[in-house]
Design a protein around this ligand. Structure first.
Ligand code: ADP
Length: 547
């Protein structure tokens, strides 16, 4: 028997109307490319978004059209998120750190109709424009007074909005209508498009608000350093409006000093980003001898949060939430808020749990399987490939039948390519990306674990563990590291000594290669692919000796 309740489609426009109506004093504060700080309340944001929606219609944007953005975190980017989806078009966020080749591929593949860009990116488009669709139109996200001299025809964002009505009857359509498009960074092969729906986006936004309920306090300020140009800034553009948080947008300046200043000025309560960002901020905190005022919560994800980083934040009373997910999951899948009963656990035990990637979010199912696809127990010991299922997980890739055919297993679960274990409380611990695991003598070594412990040494600022060819053991682990400033560089023996309390002897790295910097991907993670390329001429010490 069917229940008798109304069925209203879950649409992104409802989040906008809800946020603006429920939290009239909440603000979006943005560092602008114009060089100043801009503030607008949620109702002002809502009205400008409606004006933008009318402007998009006037530009001929229709249901299902793709409209691209190439922009930093700021209020205009937020307006685009809501206006594009609100009228039933698809907000295609582009990561400016992609290679020119990838950018050309995705804009052509998405068949974008309009491309909105920050002034910063005018030269970037100039360099690739000849390879982009001929009928693509460009809108620079600024006012007439700040329009740059572009070597191609551009429209002005504020001119488009001017004079448009602030009244709207948002269109209603099926909740499975596409609302957003984000391409994976495609470290191998072409990027693949995750096509989010209104339903998945609204559910993910609500899910994030629930998962963050202990820290998402109405009226407090949240700072997404995680970019709006990739994976929906972990859902913050939606969950902030659902919960009534002020949003503090850093714009292009994401170095430790700029972030510290902004956080201090805006009393940012909760800040979200990848580990490399927090390394910069921690450096600044050390320099200043204090944390930014009001800073109490940090969410770290996108790559494993090193234990030393978690300890540093927790010691200054900044609670760490460690999150895991991927483009194909909207993106968040697990989140590491500790339950109340862990309050009395010793500091080290709490940090152990925070070093894991947390428990599944409501609506996201996890399973780990062996090489034959058999389910493995959640006992904290069994390690297997991680599969996920849920309303916020992709069912395939946009216009890519080949990748779609490979995305799901026979039971409809999505293979993440990550290798993990899950304990009896449901805490999941990512061991590695399957392709980054180091295989020595038929046994696996987690590169993430090695990196984590190595980085707890004062002399090591950043580290990556990779496997290098070895005739007897197939692969052996080595460390590639960046030395910490002002601290003596440890020798490989000292490093092995330090690691030996955490690892079996055969798991210890055989060598260390010191580098100035580690290569990064477009999403701010260490690029093991490029690192392996950089070390193409490297030979294992034993082979060197025998040569
Ligand atoms: P891309 O790098 O292509 O943009 P995503 O942003 O979708 O890809 O990254 C997804 C991957 O990042 C995951 O599959 C996982 O390997 C890694 N990842 C994300 N969060 C964490 C985390 N907290 N700990 C370890 N690895 C993580």
């Amino acid at each position: 028997m069917k229940g008798m309740m109304m069925h209203r489609p879950l649409l992104v426009s409802e989040i906008l109307e809800f946020g603006a109506g429920a939290y009239p004093n909440a603000e979006i504060v943005s560092v602008r490319t114009e060089g100043d700080v801009h503030r607008e309340t949620y109702p002002e944001f809502r009205n400008r978004t409606v004006q933008l929606a009318h402007a998009l219609k006037a530009q001929g944007v229709e249901l299902g059209d793709r409209v691209a953005t190439l922009a930093w975190n700021g209020y205009r980017h937020m307006e685009l998120y809501y206006a594009i989806s609100g009228i039933g078009a698809i907000c295609h966020t582009i990561n400016p750190r992609l290679s020119a080749e990838q950018l050309i591929y995705i804009v052509n593949h998405a068949e974008d109709k309009l491309l909105f860009l920050d002034t910063t990116f005018v030269p970037l488009i100039a360099a690739v424009k000849d390879h982009l669709p001929k009928d693509l139109r460009y809108v620079v996200m600024t006012d007439a007074g700040h329009m740059p001299d572009a070597p191609y025809e551009v429209l002005c964002y504020e001119d488009l909005l001017a004079g448009q009505s602030t009244d709207i009857e948002w269109p209603e359509f099926d909740e499975d209508t596409a609302s957003g498009l984000c391409y994976t960074s495609g470290t191998t092969g072409n990027p693949k498009g995750a096509l989010y729906t209104h339903r998945s986006t609204v559910l993910h936004g609500m899910m994030m608000s629930v998962m963050q309920s202990s820290t998402f306090k109405e009226g407090a300020s949240v700072m997404p350093v995680v970019p709006l140009f990739h994976v929906n800034a972990w859902g913050l553009p939606y969950s902030s409006l659902i919960s009534g948080m002020n949003m503090v947008m850093p714009g292009p300046a994401m170095d430790g000093e700029s972030l510290f200043k902004l956080m201090d000025a805006e009393k940012v309560f909760s800040a979200w980003g990848v580990p490399t960002i927090w390394q910069g901020l921690l450096g600044e905190i050390k320099k200043q001898g204090r944390k930014p005022e009001g800073f109490e919560d940090v969410v770290i994800g996108g790559a494993a949060a090193p234990r030393s980083m978690i300890e540093a934040f927790e010691k200054m009373d900044v609670g760490v939430g460690h999150a895991w997910g991927m483009t194909e999951m909207s993106p968040v899948g697990t989140h590491g808020v500790l339950p109340k009963w862990m309050d009395d656990e010793p500091f080290d035990v709490r940090v152990d749990y925070k070093s894991m990637q947390g428990r599944r979010c409501i609506g996201v199912d996890l399973k780990i399987v062996d090489e034959e696809g058999n389910r493995l127990p959640h006992d904290g010991k069994a390690v297997g490939e991680l599969f996920v299922r849920g309303n916020t997980v992709v069912s395939g890739y946009f216009k890519n039948e080949e990748a779609t055919a490979k995305a799901l297993d026979a039971d409809g679960w999505f293979g993440t390519g990550d290798v993990a274990k899950i304990d009896e409380h449901g805490f999941m611990s990512i061991q590695d990306r399957a392709k980054d695991l180091i295989k020595s003598g038929g046994e696996w070594i987690s590169s993430i674990d090695l990196e984590n412990v190595a980085m707890s040494m004062p002399g090591i600022a950043n580290a990556a563990a990779i496997g290098v060819k070895h005739p007897r053991w197939d692969e052996r682990p080595i460390l590639v590291a960046v030395a910490a400033e002002g601290v003596e560089q440890p020798s490989i023996d000292e490093i092995r000594d330090h690691l030996s309390s955490h690892f079996a002897k055969w798991q210890l790295p055989d060598d260390i290669v010191w580098v100035e910097t580690l290569p990064m991907t477009a999403t701010g993670k260490i690029s093991k692919l490029n690192l392996r390329k950089d070390l193409a001429d490297y030979t294992h010490p034993e082979l060197r000796e025998s040569a």
